[in-house]
Design a protein around this ligand. Structure first.
Ligand code: FES
Length: 134
């Protein structure tokens, strides 16, 4: 009800903290796809791995593979997601890949049991209706 204050719209630089939802609910799945009204290229994956949330662009920096569907593995304490299309690896924390590609990652914070992601646009677990063009 009182969420979504509507502030920060258009604050594209560092983004603003976007309320995603309760951690207790979001932690029940390994990955959620969060939709952005800016379009598919701005959708974000919210991973929950080993008790921690990570946010990363949902489409692989290589050719747009769906990282939410990727396998997650830990090697030497580094958590990585492997793109389901060509198996490129991305560090969940930094977005770095052994392939030298860089996936964009976003800050995540927990406040009063809710998960927030810092992003340029609002984020929703439901797709946004097609934006009206005037
Ligand atoms: S699209 Fe992800 S590795 Fe190719």
């Amino acid at each position: 009800m009182a969420s979504g204050s509507g502030d920060g719209e258009g604050n594209a630089e560092g983004g603003s903290w976007r309320l995603v939802g309760p951690a207790a609910v979001l932690s029940s799945k390994r990955c959620r796809l969060m939709h952005s009204p800016l379009g598919r290229g701005s959708d974000v994956c919210l991973f929950y791995v080993k008790g921690e949330f990570f946010a990363m662009d949902a489409r692989c920096a290589h050719s747009g593979g769906p990282l939410c569907d990727g396998d997650i593995e830990e090697a030497d304490g580094v958590l990585q997601v492997f793109c389901p299309w060509h198996d490129y690896d991305f560090d969940l924390r930094t977005g770095k890949s052994g392939t030298s590609l860089q996936q964009r990652v976003y800050e995540v914070k927990l406040e009063d049991g809710d998960v927030y992601v810092k992003h340029a646009s609002r984020l929703s677990l439901e797709p946004f209706p097609a934006e009206k063009k005037s």
